[in-house]
Design a protein around this ligand. Structure first.
Ligand code: SF4
Length: 406
């Protein structure tokens, strides 16, 4: 069997040696209180605190705001940003780089730039590691980095500050287990998302499925065979090198991008479980299918809170978060599914001048809409993705009040 597992590096051994290196840090530097104080001053909001204390509702004049009961910064993001702040304090005179946005939020990334943390440039979709020198400090963001990037930085003698969220590391451990038991990792995610790129770099043989439709396609191929050329074309960017659907779908294990819709990940797991049961019978199931729970609590809580919020009578929704933030897009999907007019924006600057909003629909480019806030009494639902500080949510609410002349 020509699998990537045979040709790739021993990622487990590499991670183990990295963990033992003095140049590798993944637990902070003892300045966490200072870092949290600075973050609270910059990102917390008194208004949001008030709304939380008021059962997540705020009414002013003819505007009622309903906040989701769980939204905004998750602990993995807080931890990553705090570690980046700590790194600046701990290495005051060193050049510090970050391999990607620390999280998907423009204001937090700008704050790091202001602290003289440099972002590795991307040219034609390829990162340029050239300017990074021996002895530089390099931060890996909350959603991780590929094992090849880690190796490059380690070989170059950099100090690595790894802020990868432990939930993401848990998925990496899961694909390592699949590799050991020669299961193909079926990863529910977006093949070009940084987290999934990192996860697949730790996997042996893998296939990335985006949604239930692709999953059904693969399940059907497992049970009935199909057009191999079509399969390879469909997943050409989403599978390990040399992937052979006639061989590599014999034993599968489930993994996920931590920010995908929880219900979809669970359903994808069930489809593969049923498929293997049908093909091999219940006695053989454990040999052909494995699944561990790797759905992140924070993603789950935010999605559950969104399902509760869209059950209320809302005139419209505002979903706040980076446009490349997967968990924010999924929150938007929930509102769109319920046919609630919903506006995904990444900052309050998208509102105005006047009663205008520039927002990102689920598919397609940014759109501008005039008169987006209806006249008279309105009820607005608001949520934000895991990378969005409360301060940004406050600024959005302030703009809505200002437009309604509150
Ligand atoms: S959303 Fe979950 S996996 Fe992602 S950083 Fe937050 S806690 Fe970690």
């Amino acid at each position: 069997m020509d699998t990537q597992a045979e040709t790739k590096m021993d990622t487990k051994a590499f991670k183990r040696s990295l963990n033992n290196s003095d140049n590798y840090h993944r637990r902070g530097f003892g300045h966490v209180n200072e870092a949290m104080d600075a973050m609270n001053a910059e990102y917390q909001s008194d208004l949001i605190r008030e709304i939380r204390e008021n059962n997540y509702v705020l009414k002013r004049g003819n505007v009622t705001i309903h906040l989701a009961q769980s939204f905004g910064f998750c602990w993995g993001v807080e931890r990553a940003v705090a570690m980046a702040y700590e790194a600046r304090t701990h290495f005051p005179n060193d050049r510090i780089w970050i391999t990607n946005e620390i999280i998907h939020n423009p204001s937090v990334n700008q704050r790091l730039r202001d602290m003289n943390v440099q972002f590795i440039e991307v040219e034609n979709e390829v990162k340029n590691f050239e300017p990074i020198a021996n002895g530089d400090v390099v931060i890996l963001p909350a959603f991780g980095a590929s094992v090849q990037e880690m190796q490059l930085l380690n070989d170059r003698g950099c100090t690595i500050v790894d802020t990868t969220c432990p939930w993401v590391s848990k998925v990496w451990n899961t694909v390592e287990k699949h590799k050991k038991t020669t299961h193909t990792s079926v990863i529910h995610g977006k093949y070009n998302h940084e987290e999934t790129i990192a996860t697949s770099s730790f996997a042996g043989v893998y296939l990335i499925v985006l949604n239930l439709k692709q999953t059904q396609y693969v399940a059907n191929y497992i049970l009935n065979g199909g057009d191999k050329a079509e399969f390879l074309e469909l997943f050409k960017n989403a599978m390990s090198q040399g992937f052979n659907p006639d061989v590599d779908l014999d034993r599968v294990g489930i993994a996920n991008q931590t920010t995908m819709l929880k219900g979809d990940t669970e359903e994808i797991g069930k489809i593969f479980e049923r498929t293997m049961m049908k093909k091999y019978g219940p006695d053989q199931l454990n040999d052909h299918f494995v699944a561990f729970n790797t759905i992140c609590d924070a993603t789950q809580e935010r999605q559950d809170a969104m399902f509760e919020l869209v059950d209320k009578k809302l005139d419209l929704m505002v979903v706040i978060g980076g446009y490349n933030s997967s968990n924010t897009t999924h929150l938007q999907e929930i509102a769109v599914d319920r046919t609630i007019p919903s506006f995904h924006i990444d900052s309050s600057d998208r509102i105005g001048p006047g009663n205008r909003i520039e927002h990102k629909p689920l598919t397609g480019d940014l759109e501008t809409l005039e008169d987006w806030l209806p006249e008279g009494e309105i009820v607005v639902g608001i949520t934000s993705g895991a990378s969005t500080p409360d301060k940004v949510v406050e600024e959005v609410i302030d703009r809505i009040f200002a437009l309604k002349k509150m």
